[in-house]
Design a protein around this ligand. Structure first.
Ligand code: DX5
Ligand code: ZN
Length: 219
């Protein structure tokens, strides 16, 4: 399975409904990046924008929290109707929260729970939590900005997590995020990734329909 999740961080916010329509027509998932200016230096958008997107989205929303105190906001984000909700392991650690509690809380809202790590965190740090995850998000750039260059070591990291998932016979999907394009999607898929976040490569594509079809390998 190859699912395409355009990141609305790269959308045109002056004409957001056009870009939402484009994702409805061409892709699988709306990837929403929530940045608080503290866990990451950048700020993105919050509830009024998400609620507006939710009204027009015909595909499921996937919310990626890059905030210092994810526990505090899990219910609020679940209430937006997001189908997937992820937070950074580093953020839970810093807040002194057990990631298991947060993942389990997300699931109690009927939302798929995801755990995210930046490129400098050992992938084995995810392993104690895999049973509590519906998906893991392996960052292929440092969280914070769109348009960064893909980090090549991601391939090995995805493979290592996939092997562990297979070894333990778990049903956990792997999502990758940052610098994803046609030049790395095939190899990432071979390594075990199934959900591909694409910000700039999707929204700047000359022909989004064609780009999406190639990313999802529809022909
Ligand atoms: C980065 C965000 C990404 C970003 C991806 O912190 O998590 O979702 O929008 O953008 P591209 O695909 O341009 O790297
Ligand atoms: Zn993201």
């Amino acid at each position: 399975m190859r699912l395409l999740a355009p990141s609305l961080l790269s959308a045109n916010f002056l004409h957001l409904s056009e870009d939402i329509e484009s994702v409805n027509n061409n892709a699988d998932i709306f990837h929403l990046d929530i940045m608080d200016g503290s866990f990451v230096p950048n700020l993105s958008y919050g509830f009024p924008v998400i609620e507006a997107i939710a009204k027009e989205a015909k595909k499921p929303m996937d919310t990626h929290l890059m905030i210092v105190n994810p526990k505090k906001y899990l219910k609020r984000f679940a209430d937006t109707g997001t189908k997937m909700l992820s937070f950074h392991l580093e953020a839970a650690d810093k807040a002194g929260d057990n990631p298991i509690d947060l993942l389990d809380e997300i699931r109690t809202y009927g939302v798929q729970a995801g755990l995210v790590i930046n490129p400098d965190i050992e992938v084995s740090r995810l392993f104690p939590y895999l049973e509590h995850c519906d998906y893991v998000l392996i960052m292929s750039v440092f969280a914070g900005f769109g348009g960064q260059k893909f980090i090549e070591s991601t391939y090995d990291r995805v493979r290592e997590v996939k092997n562990e998932i297979i070894r333990r016979k778990l049903d956990v999907k792997i999502e990758v995020d940052g610098g994803i394009s046609l030049s790395n999607v095939d190899k990432l898929h071979e390594c075990g990734a199934e959900i591909f976040v694409a910000g700039s490569s999707y929204f700047k594509a000359d022909n989004r329909e064609l780009f999406a079809k190639s990313m999802r390998k529809e022909f």
